[in-house]
Write a protein that binds this ligand. Sequence first.
Ligand SMILES: [Zn+2]
Length: 591
Amino acid sequence: MSFKLDYRVCAVISVAILHIISLPLANCQTHDSNILIFYNANIWTVDEENPTAEAVAIKDGKFIAVASNEEVLKLKNANTRTIDLRGNFVVPGFNDNHVHFASAARFLEFNIMKAANQEEFVEKVRDVVQKLPDGDWILGGLWGAYDSWAEGSAGRQSREVFTPEMSLVEDLTRANPMFIRKFDNSEFAVNAAALKALGLSPFSPSELPEVNFIFKNGRFNGILKGKGVLPYVGPKIPNSFSHERRLEQTRRALAEIRKYGVTNVSDMSDDEQLDIYRELRETGELTVRVHFRYMLDRWHELADQGIKVGSGNEWIRLGGLKGHIDGIMGNSSARFLEPYSHDPGNRGRWRRLMVDNEGNFVEGKFLKYMLDADKAGLQLTVHAIGDEANNLLLKYLEELHQQNGVRDRRFRLVHAQVIAPGDFKRLGELGVIAEVQPFHLSDDMRWMEERIGHERCKGAYAFKSILDSGATLSFGTDWPGTAAAEYPINPMFGIYAAVTRQTLTGQPETGWFPDEKITIEEAIKAYTLNTAYANFEDSIKGSIEIGKLADLAVLSQNLLEISPDDILKTEVFYTIMGGKIVYEKGELSMK
Ligand SMILES: [Zn+2]
């Protein structure tokens, strides 16, 4: 069955509605009403009708002209500011389809995931101590994830095992208790202030089961091991930070985002993060637009507040929900039609909203959430990794169309990692948006074939097949990643992965399943207009067109002309939000 034509009609209607909603909001913004002109640029607009331009004129935060230098400069008057971009390459600001902002903000504050030696560790601790008031805990850490990776297809060298030497940071951290962990929770490290706060002593540990103090050369150096550590320590350390600390974390994370030309993120953090976005919008400090998703089982709260698709404004958009149906590849819990190749007894697991209290699959339970939330006018976005998870969600989507009627729902298949051969066609027929994070491919290919075999890998991160099916391909990062792998916010990692299908070090030479490579133009579109479409915001964002918000990234090289091997060398010279330069890369910015 095909719903395709109906979608297009609905899309036009909903785009028109969004336009009407966005107009009064835009007029409320206090933008400089003088004209700003960027000229002498190499502009890739992602607008099929008008793909390239040399100049743009911006007024009240929106494009009023996208054309040649000559035509745009005609608009110049006495109050016009003109900026010569000296031939640099310009694209719409990047729209990231998937970030965990609060975790990323916390991760940026302190992490030693990549620390390879004590000097790097001490530097990181010195840095975090300067950020924190006395008494605040230093948590996180996640050391060691990159130590044990043998040089597999991901091309990373294995290296000597790193363990933090706590005596080196003792003087630095007298005022801040510190409890940090190895990425796999097999080891923990504490300083003296933490031992005191936790009521622990290495010299009287006997009453604590499975909490082992590790002594080296007769001396305790802060390392704890054992299954009892987290249960004992967990309730005694703060599980949230002060609002002030989170504001600071957010400010630093926004600075990180600006550096990479990202102007829109689709987030799914906690309610306090949403409050912080609103607070920083008030003070003019919010420098990324946010599409915010609540968890699916909270759909009722949104419905009660009258929130629907399109609610919010051009800075903070609401109306989306995120659900999960299966696990992840990293620990072989993604749900497959056939068992894992390396673990024949295992097909993966269903998530909480799919099962009863005993963990047994409950027919129709998840679908009921989907039907109710959909009926309330909310957008569904659901995590599915394994081929059975993706297959089942497509069935549920058909049910939605049948029971609630066909409409422009822009259903987002989140990750869409492994698709069964027969299901690609359905992606297109059902008008699915594949919300993928292409850097996962560069990172996961080192063990994908071992876990699910060569045949099934043909449908893994199969971006070309997804596009060919007629589905919408949308890109993002999953920033900051997992406890074992970092997924940076820099869009170049994802674009590189999708175009080359190689690891960061260029392996394998012709790319992993090279038939699934996509073009650089397709990758840029997936990272801009298609994510704006996925957010129901394509009428105001995602391409450089008259009437749209003037969100731009000015890049150091022309992505359309360089060799794909050089994509990762691309730098951002300017990030522009609503016509305001929010990031400028110092003296490098001009050729
Ligand atoms: Zn995620």
